[in-house]
Design a protein around this ligand. Structure first.
Ligand SMILES: [Zn+2]
Length: 411
């Protein structure tokens, strides 16, 4: 199990940043370099069918060891790309042995300090080994910790055929961070009945609930003319959009004022000109019906703003982003329950968390593959202050091995 750290330190050397502006798949060619290396490594540990497809998806099988014919095939999934928000090139990983509670000052930027006061999760890491980057890049624990944990668990299972388990499918995917991780994921070819993304935070986390999410575009149409001769004729779409944004709730229903189980409406991009101004909004709620209410509120406020400008008109377009995976997972309670049991057998207590966002599992669950998210030990996602504890990574490996056993016992 000590291998998980050395694997992790090897994977973070690869720059695998994805790019949302790219039109190729994967969005960046460099992701393929790590994906290809993973194929070789999986073959090396005995997963003979490991292969990469044209889109970059790596899939492989840990063959079943059970004699029972009816054990479900489960899947383990992690993404290799890192966030476009922060450089992942030239990562210098540092292992801080025996963390003693003091601030971790990262050497390449003295302002980059991982403080206990700002990281409550560090409180349970005293004495453990913490891995950080050096202050100028992210670390890439999101999600290379998950990749290292899955490969290490696979290697352990192959080396211990006396552990009974069903067939286990492994997938490593590109482009999760740009929301396209499942765009070409072939659920039928993957062939698992249930799966887990290993892409969560603190030890013991089992996440079975995500936001339901839509994107909405509100476009105000005005009329442009020479401003020197515009009296009584010009209709300024920018003013309309400004009135609209101003009318959105800000004391509630906004990302800045909600937490826990509350959803929100979030204007995040404006493209403005006198003739036409569009406002893009994220709409989020844990209940899909709650999205409808928020969307009709947005329409009412947009119509109201346009009504102040005779001759103007407004269009609204709603696009579905993803849905709360709980709507699917509630129909297959064993998927979450078996994960909780595996966490307990690893000697941890279960933390159930609702994700205020989406995961590849949210999409996969609605593509026919129920997929909750399990902890990988990742902390401070997408930040220069990203860190992961070696002992949490080891616990994640242990949890995966228990999970394989639990499915065999309970099938
Ligand atoms: Zn991730």
């Amino acid at each position: 199990m000590n291998d998980v750290l050395s694997r992790f330190l090897r994977y973070v050397q690869y720059d695998t940043q994805s790019d949302e502006r790219s039109t190729t798949y994967p969005s960046t060619e460099k992701q393929r370099v790590l994906l290809r290396a993973l194929v070789e490594e999986l073959r090396g540990i005995g997963l003979a069918d490991a292969a990469i497809d044209e889109y970059g998806y790596v899939m492989a099988t840990i063959p079943a060891t059970t004699k029972r014919p009816d054990v479900a095939t489960i899947g383990l999934i992690a993404h290799v790309d890192t966030s476009p928000e922060m450089s992942g090139a030239g990562v210098k990983a540092i292992v801080h042995r025996g963390y003693d509670g003091r601030d971790l000052v990262l050497p390449d930027d003295p302002r980059a300090v991982v403080r206990l006061a700002e990281n409550p999760a560090l409180r349970e890491q005293i004495g453990n080994d913490i891995v950080t980057a050096s202050g100028t890049t992210l670390l890439g624990a999101d999600n290379k910790a998950g990749v290292a944990e899955i490969v290490t668990a696979a290697s352990h299972l192959v080396a211990h055929p006396e552990i009974p388990h069903g067939a286990i499918r492994v997938a490593f995917t590109p482009d999760e961070e740009v929301g396209r991780g499942t765009a070409h994921f072939d659920v039928a070819r993957f062939g698992a009945q249930f799966a887990y993304t290993i892409d969560g935070g603190s030890r013991g986390e089992v996440e079975s609930e995500s936001f339901s999410a839509d994107a909405m575009t509100v476009t105000f149409n005005g009329f442009n003319t020479h401003p020197g001769y515009a009296m009584g004729r010009m209709i300024n779409a920018i003013r309309m959009a400004a009135d609209f944004v101003h009318s959105l709730p800000s004391e509630s229903l906004s990302p800045e004022t909600t937490d826990g189980h509350d959803g929100f409406v979030h204007p995040y991009v404006v493209q403005a000109a006198v003739e036409r101004t569009s406002v893009k909004l994220l709409v989020r709620d844990f209940v899909t019906d709650g999205l409808r209410e928020k969307e009709s509120l947005i329409k009412r406020l947009a119509d109201h703003a346009a009504a102040g400008y005779p001759g103007a008109w407004v269009e609204t377009v709603v696009e579905e982003s993803y849905r709360n995976m709980k709507e699917v997972l509630d129909r297959y309670p064993a998927v979450v329950e078996n994960a909780r049991e595996a966490v307990r057998r690893a000697g941890l207590y279960v933390r159930s968390r609702s994700i205020r966002g989406g995961t590849d599992g949210s999409r996969l669950s609605f593509m026919g593959l129920p997929t909750p998210n399990l902890f990988a030990g990742e902390q401070n996602f997408h930040s220069r202050l990203e860190w992961v504890s070696v002992q949490d990574m080891e616990k994640a490996v242990e949890t995966i091995v228990h999970l394989a056993r639990v499915w065999e016992e309970r099938s």
